[in-house]
Design a protein around this ligand. Structure first.
Ligand code: KG4
Ligand code: ZN
Length: 337
């Protein structure tokens, strides 16, 4: 079974072909970051126009790399939310149009379900994917959420951020430090050469028993410090990045450990763009060795937004018999049920 996945929920135009819910035949990602970097963040209307200009080329490239003719596709899966309304519409409307023209089924896929599915793609991880049930920590630019994952489309929300997402905090602090947009990956790189104990920064909600997160106080602490002492440079910048990253990672690790203990589970999946962060991967690996749980993290290219994860979640939905009608629309605030 060949499924074409389309992902356009934010600033990546992506198309992929996944075979039999496993093998990635192609995974094309066209990033708009250079366009949005000029504005210091994603401009929704600009993103919509970029998707419109790029999406057909990206789909053609995905089909060509997979050596698949459009008629050979068995189904189409497109992200229908959550995300930016204009960008979502570009991918979903193209998916529906192709499905109509080809006489194939189409399904709308929840972007978060895609992130949770990525680990089940072939070569996404070594060792093999987690068994059900497991705990998932989804950390991206828009979400910081803990789920209990019961099965392919069965999740239970354990906790979530009350304000900023972890990736958003990385990007906003990157901007304050003058590191451009998106700052997450730059902070990750600089933090590698810094001392995480150099600057004391706050950790929100660590003593509370709930599984919620909060990062806006940390962001304010960074802004206040930069206002008082100015932007650090050289080794001081590396120390600042390492200290900030440690503050985010510390809270993520504590809450993930708490979730595993509370749910009495011993398998932890970490996914979403921030799962590519080396500090987070190292800290979770150390916690796993100490507590005795198994850690699953997709390959970096499958952590950040991509369409292979959407094609896989779509394959599962099609196998369950789900079909999207041609009036299927997007929902920018679509929850994961
Ligand atoms: O999952 P994703 O590609 O898009 C959303 O669904 O939001 O995540 C993007 C987020 C951005 O905030 C980006 O800065 C962050 O993931 N990110 C990182 C790293 N790579 C991407 N944050 C910290 N360290 C990284 N290495
Ligand atoms: Zn995402």
């Amino acid at each position: 079974m060949l499924v074409l996945g389309l992902e356009t929920s934010c600033d990546e135009t992506a198309a992929a072909v996944v075979e039999d819910g496993k093998a990635i035949r192609s995974n094309i990602i066209s990033s708009q970051v250079l366009v949005h970097a000029e504005y210091g963040g994603v401009v929704p209307e600009v993103a919509s126009r970029q998707h419109l200009a790029t999406v057909v080329k990206v789909v053609r490239a995905a089909l060509a790399e997979a050596r698949v003719q459009p008629e050979e596709i068995d189904g189409i899966a497109a992200t229908c939310g959550p995300g930016l309304v204009g960008p979502l519409l570009v991918g979903l409307e193209l998916g529906k149009s192709m499905a109509y023209a080809l006489g194939r089924p189409v399904v709308g896929v929840n972007h978060l379900a895609g992130h949770l599915a990525a680990i089940f793609l072939e070569h996404a991880t070594n060792p093999p994917p987690p068994p059900f049930p497991h705990v998932a920590l989804l950390v991206s630019g828009g979400h910081t959420t803990l789920f209990r994952v019961e099965g392919q489309a069965r999740t239970c929300l354990l906790g979530s951020t009350r304000d900023d997402a972890a990736g958003e905090a990385f990007d906003k602090v990157g901007k304050l430090l003058g590191l451009g947009y998106p700052g997450g990956v730059v902070i990750d790189r600089l933090a590698g050469a810094g001392d995480a104990k150099a600057i004391s920064l706050p950790r929100a909600l660590p003593g509370r028993e709930d599984l919620d997160f909060s990062f806006s106080g940390l962001k304010t602490a960074v802004a206040t410090r930069l206002f008082a002492f100015g932007r650090p440079e050289g080794p001081a910048l590396a120390d600042f990045c390492a200290s900030f990253q440690a503050a985010v990672v510390d809270v993520l690790v504590r809450k993930a450990r708490r979730a595993l203990a509370r749910e009495n589970l011993c398998d932890l999946l970490v996914c979403g763009g921030v799962a590519a962060n080396r500090g987070l991967r190292q800290a979770l690996a150390a916690a796993a060795a100490e507590d005795g749980f198994s850690l699953y993290v997709p390959a970096p290219v499958l952590c950040t937004d991509n369409a292979a994860m959407i094609a896989l979640a779509g394959t599962w939905a099609l196998a369950r018999g789900e079909r999207g009608a041609l009036d299927l629309s997007v929902d920018p605030g679509l929850p994961l049920s």
